[in-house]
Design a protein around this ligand. Structure first.
Ligand code: C2E
Ligand code: MG
Ligand code: MG
Length: 394
């Protein structure tokens, strides 16, 4: 992958170093220089933004470097001016870095990104993607590229109302379709998203996707369902969060019903500003759920301090129902606590009829889990919602 400021991508204004040089008009332009080196056929493609992709055999690597230096080491003559070009090449090797074009491009782009970050001013720089790019820092780069190449998806998991058996809400859950590894669940990349701060742009994308899908469901006449998005503490504590969130909701004219899920541990951060954030959102009809409740050992009295609507009982308690005698007592206590604060309860990770029956007996209002459905793509969810609304139990 070769990055050159080509005539088409170069700014209209000539760079300061551009010096009119009479008599250099015969020097080739970057594109024709590349064509001469790699040929006009399938081995060379223009990717836009001053980036070319070239395919060549590994033994030619040194030759590529030498000819790149020979061709790009001197200024190009464009419009009577001598324009110096800096060339950066990110190299990926088949099959070490991948067996298909998409993955090889990701690695090449990763290497190119590294050269850019170094901000060296040598006219020609070549860098091969390293083995480490496939791990650690590589994950960060792959996530950045995944965002750029739109490899993320949102799947939706239904929440079922105990009394009616209907799907009354869905939870938006992020998925990554990695070209090499297939569909990946957030457990594998959420920590990296949090560490790198990528969770902020990605969280914004999830919100806009949920708003679009929700508006579409309303427009095709599906029964109204609320859509809950998970919001990380990093998003929640940003000053512009409320404004951004509400603006995104307003983009859909049909008035989507978007709710948020925040973790219990988020309640421990900057309580004053969090309270204001939640109050502002709830004032606009957004409901707030505390996710994975019971895991962060926060004091129950904190619940009274925050404007929230429901508690989602963590899966670890639900999975023990019917097996561990004390688990029923714990779940029952959480439900009683929720009632005391006027909150609804949702059981997470319900997998068996036995668990559902115990939860029904304890008075848990909603349930979510593989017993009903895993998270599914938006189109599949439309069938589930329509079938449930018509009385069928898919
Ligand atoms: P969560 O918000 O508690 O979501 C519920 C998780 O439990 C989902 O995992 C779901 O697929 C899984 N689950 C649901 N029912 C069952 C069941 O019956 N059995 C089992 N074993 N698992 C079940 P998933 O999709 O892997 O998501 C994991 C976590 O990643 C989520 O937990 C949430 O904390 C986070 N996450 C997912 N999407 C987003 C997002 O867009 N933004 C943020 N900030 N976090 C997200
Ligand atoms: Mg959640
Ligand atoms: Mg949860």
């Amino acid at each position: 992958m070769i990055n050159i400021p080509t005539p088409s991508s170069a700014p209209c204004k000539l760079p300061a170093a551009a010096i009119p040089v009479p008599g250099v008009a015969s020097k080739p332009k970057p594109t024709s220089a590349l064509r001469r080196r790699f040929g006009d056929g399938d081995n060379l493609a223009y990717f836009g933004g001053g980036i070319f992709v070239a395919v060549f055999e590994e033994h030619l690597r040194n030759a590529v470097h030498d000819s790149a230096t020979a061709v790009f080491g001197q200024p190009f003559a464009i419009g009577g001016c001598a324009i110096p070009a800096t060339v950066k090449c990110g190299l990926a090797r088949y099959p070490v870095h991948g067996r298909n074009a998409a993955t090889l491009l990701q690695y090449a782009e990763g290497a190119l990104e590294k050269i850019r970050e170094r901000r060296e001013i040598a006219p020609v720089r070549l860098l091969a993607a390293s083995a480490a790019d496939s791990r650690g820092r590589g994950l960060e780069q792959r996530l950045r590229l995944a965002l750029k190449h739109q490899q993320f998806l949102v799947h939706y998991q239904p929440l079922i109302e105990r009394v009616s058996g209907r799907i009354i809400a869905v939870e938006a859950l992020l998925r990554w379709r990695d070209p090499e590894r297939g569909l990946i669940s957030p457990g594998a990349f959420m920590p990296a998203l949090e560490q790198t701060g990528l969770i902020v742009p990605l969280g914004e994308w999830v919100l806009s996707k949920a708003v679009c899908d929700c508006a579409r469901w309303l427009s095709i006449g599906l029964p109204k369902i609320r859509v809950a998005v998970n919001i990380s503490a990093q998003q929640l504590t940003r000053k512009d969060f409320v404004g951004y969130f509400l603006d995104t909701l307003r983009l859909a004219r049909s008035g989507p019903c978007i709710d948020i899920e925040i973790t219990e541990s988020a309640l421990l951060e900057e309580p004053g500003s969090l309270r204001r954030t939640l109050k502002a959102l709830r004032g606009e009809g957004v409901r707030v759920a505390i996710d994975d409740f019971g895991m962060a050992h926060s004091s129950p009295t904190r619940l009274a301090e925050f404007p929230v609507d429901s508690l989602k009982i963590d899966r670890s308690f639900i999975s023990q129902l019917g097996h561990q005698p004390h688990s029923q007592g714990v779940v029952s206590t959480i439900i009683a606590l929720a009632r005391a604060y006027g909150l609804r309860t949702v059981a997470e990770g319900v997998e068996t009829i036995q668990q559902l029956e115990i939860l029904d007996a304890l008075g848990c209002e909603q349930s979510q889990g593989y017993l009903h459905s895993p998270a599914v793509p938006a189109e599949e969810l439309e069938f589930l919602v329509a079938a449930r609304a018509s009385g069928a139990q898919p």
